[in-house]
Design a protein around this ligand. Structure first.
Ligand code: HDE
Length: 726
């Protein structure tokens, strides 16, 4: 079907849709288990049990790798107490050389990441759509391992940089491993894999000085994308708050490409995969994200790890957009083009199952670092399309794992399937499996033909017999030609504050660029084509001229809006939101504990921040435990702040740190509340406004203050505050 050539396909405008309303609560799918914790029933997943065979608890006696007990691990063998070290010291040499070889190459992209184990469970069997094992039985849990990542930074870079996030899921099904290797944005920068090395070379640190780390805000990136108009749609996502998520648990995930689902009758349908977080989609603000990168470079990794440790298991529903083969050309975009979405308002996302992350890895290297994803790891019932980006990925991932993890990467505990592996592939560096017998070929008679092919087996993989026919050509289909309509659709679908953040992000990045031609080309050839008001807003913040900005191509009709793209929503609950309570000696302990209990009942995290660590003396003379000393606590690490003060409240209000803390939280749009002595401390911070509707709560009794504060936390941030950060 998809080999059909078609030219100048018209872009169909979206049906008119209502504006996103700021107060619309996040809606999990109707009738589906909301939070928390369905379906996971506890215990290790089948994959964790599988890993147990290779897990080792340290014993009592220290040994060499050969099992020899070591008498002295502190002193090398030398000729005399002050003499040279002896070559004979095999223990020293073994220890040092092993250390020298401890690292494997970091991933060429997505080097920085964090992983977790979990389970996936389908709500109801999808046998009509696919034979894929995870979708056959609603009573079955399929173990998964998930790795989230940034793209551009190296392994030690900060979590909160502006970047795409990887969202890679390995399903250990009973029919083999299926990897759904996606991102937190539904489109990509380029339409053809052949451009991937160029894109990555452009965004990575510049080759002459290896600067800047984990940032797109530099000349080479903007040089490349301004000459590559197909990147326009993805640039909108990258400059939006989607690129600075609040946590991994508040990100959507997308398979990006159109894949195929194939059922038992061999009937195929196109599918786009979505992950919908049950916590909703929430982000940081840019100034906050930059500062967090310094205050806690592990911000997202820590958030994921801590949430799982305290049993606040992150959950996503898997969503499918299913398209019948005969409807391939119905949606005004080429479904093989990875720079396009099919808006949810046009093809609804059907939520078909729930993924719950239930356990942290026991060993970062063995699991998160060695896990090897490959888009080509599929199971019967899932197949590919001719998306040229997907086709290139099918080559790249195997190649990169062979280089990074070695020829037997599939044997490593985290990568091996839960089924036995039987074939005639043999040997290679680090081979673990001991294959018995004399036969390592097929066909054979000496092993009675084993292991043999399964031509009749229903659960054997057979590629979908798509009919293809074409001349060998290096051309881009004309149907991939419209680069701006969906960038405009994204812009039109944003609320005012989201548009403001996007314009500010473009401006920040372009102001970081030094080459005036590159800067102006972004304005002329990209922004001018997307939306005049975006171009104007960026011009006002960068001084770039609007004179050469190309008008929106008149041939493109009104692209409509897709409210599903907006993040302007309230959270269903405040689980995992982090609140700082600023206190000082003399604090009323009773009040503090009511605050703690109320917020912790909602599963928020409360930290008591005081001038010193350890304990302070409460108003009743008893010690009050402190979570963090003020100099070690930054407002960027919290979602909200309650100022409680204490007997020394006026001194506290004079402290530069306290004032900065409160003002910064205000600038970043966070809920702020103060009560009693805390009101004086807040007054000393001289906030520009104290409006309850804008999340600054004062003058209330404790109970009402807490009700308003919890509601404000559900609003997440108040970007509408009349403060412009940039
Ligand atoms: Fe990747 N990508 N990619 N990518 N990608 C890698 O594989 C590549 C693309 C994605 O947590 C590499 O194991 C090419 C799109 C994730 O381990 C490498 C192209 C999407 C991860 C590679 C793309 C992704 C990777 C580097 C263009 C979203 C991290 C290390 C044709 C759908 C997986 C590795 C993990 C990693 C190649 C584009 C997602 C080199 C050639 C589009 C989440 O194989």
């Amino acid at each position: 079907m998809s080999d059909t050539r078609f030219d100048d396909m018209p872009v169909r405008p979206l049906p008119p849709t209502p504006s996103p309303t700021p107060d619309a609560p996040f809606q999990p799918a109707a009738g589906k288990p909301a939070m928390p914790g369905v379906p996971f029933v506890g215990g290790d997943t089948a994959k964790q049990r599988d890993l147990a065979a290779d897990t080792h608890e340290a014993g009592v006696a220290l040994t060499t790798n050969q099992g020899l007990k070591v008498s002295d691990d502190q002193n090398s063998l030398r000729a005399g107490p002050r003499g040279p070290t002896l070559m004979e010291d095999f223990h020293l040499r073994e220890k040092i050389t092993h250390f020298d070889h401890e690292r494997i190459p970091e991933r060429v992209v997505h080097a920085r990441g964090a992983g977790a184990h979990g389970v996936f469970q389908v709500y109801e069997p999808l046998t009509d759509l696919t034979t894929a094992a995870p979708f056959q039985d609603s009573a079955k849990e399929t173990p998964v391992f998930v790795r989230f990542s940034t793209v551009a930074g190296s392994r030690g870079s900060a979590d909160t940089v502006r970047d795409v996030r990887g969202f890679a899921v390995k399903f250990y099904t009973e029919e083999g491993v299926w990897d759904l290797v996606g991102n937190n944005m539904p489109v990509f920068f380029i339409q053809d894999a052949i451009k991937f090395p160029d894109l990555i070379h452009a965004v990575k640190p510049e080759p002459h000085n290896e600067i800047p780390q984990a940032q797109s805000a530099h000349d080479t990136f903007w040089d490349f994308v301004s000459l590559t108009p197909e990147s326009a749609h993805m640039l909108m996502w990258l400059m939006s708050d989607r690129a600075i998520p609040r946590s991994y648990a508040t990100m959507e995930g997308f398979g990006v490409h159109t894949f195929r689902l194939v059922n038992a009758e061999g009937r195929a349908r196109f599918v786009k995969f979505h992950w919908k977080p049950l916590k909703g989609v929430f982000s940081l603000v840019w100034d906050e994200a930059q500062k967090t990168a310094g205050k806690d470079p592990d911000f997202h990794r820590r958030d994921l790890f801590d949430a799982i440790e305290r049993g606040d298991f992150p959950q996503w529903e898997l969503g499918l957009q299913v398209i019948e083969e005969e409807d391939e050309f119905e949606y005004g975009v080429d479904i093989l083009d990875p720079t396009k979405i099919i808006p949810e308002e046009v093809v609804p996302v059907r939520r078909v199952g729930l993924m719950t992350l239930t356990a942290n890895p026991g060993n970062f290297f063995a699991e998160t670092e060695q896990v090897a994803f490959h888009v080509g790891h599929v199971v019967p019932g899932i197949d590919f399309t001719n998306d040229p980006l997907l086709q290139g990925r099918l080559f790249s991932y195997l190649d990169t794992q062979l280089r990074r993890v070695g020829p037997n990467f599939a044997e490593l505990p985290i990568n091996r399937p839960l089924q036995p592996v039987d074939n005639n592939q043999r040997d290679g560096m680090g081979r673990r499996q001991i294959d018995k017998g004399r036969v390592a070929y097929f066909p054979n008679s000496l092993a009675h033909g084993c292991p043999m092919q399964s031509p009749e087996a229903a659960d054997a993989f057979r590629s979908y017999a798509e009919k293809v026919d074409g001349a060998k050509v290096r051309v881009r289909s004309a149907s991939f030609g419209d680069h701006f309509s969906q960038a405009a659709l994204f812009w039109n679908s944003m609320s005012t504050w989201e548009q403001d953040h996007i314009a500010a992000a473009f401006s920040f990045e372009l102001n970081q660029c030094t080459d005036s031609l590159v800067r102006q080309r972004v304005m002329d050839d990209i922004l001018g084509n997307i939306a005049p008001d975006l171009a104007q807003a960026v011009s006002a913040r960068t001084g770039l001229s609007l004179a050469g900005a190309k008008p929106h191509p008149p041939s493109v009709p009104d692209v409509g809006r897709s409210p599903a793209l907006s993040q302007d929503r309230r959270a269903e609950d405040i689980r995992g939101r982090k609140v700082a309570v600023l206190v000082d000696a003399g604090v009323e302990a009773e009040q503090l504990s009511i605050i703690q209990e109320t917020l912790m009942d909602e599963e928020a995290i409360v930290e008591v921040v005081a001038p010193v660590a350890g304990t302070i003396t409460g108003g009743d003379g008893n010690p009050v435990p402190v979570t963090r000393a003020a100099p070690n606590a930054a407002s960027v690490l919290y979602d909200g702040v309650i100022v409680l003060g204490g007997g020394l409240a006026s001194a506290m209000g004079e402290m530069g740190h306290t004032r900065h803390f409160i003002n910064e939280a205000f600038l970043h749009g966070k809920p702020i509340a103060a009560i009693d002595a805390g009101e004086g401390v807040l007054a000393a911070a001289h906030l520009p406004t104290l409006v309850k509707e804008q999340g600054v709560i004062t003058g209330e009794a404790l109970e009402e203050m807490l009700t308003l504060f919890v509601e404000a936390l559900r609003r997440h941030r108040f970007p509408q505050r009349d403060v412009r950060l940039v």
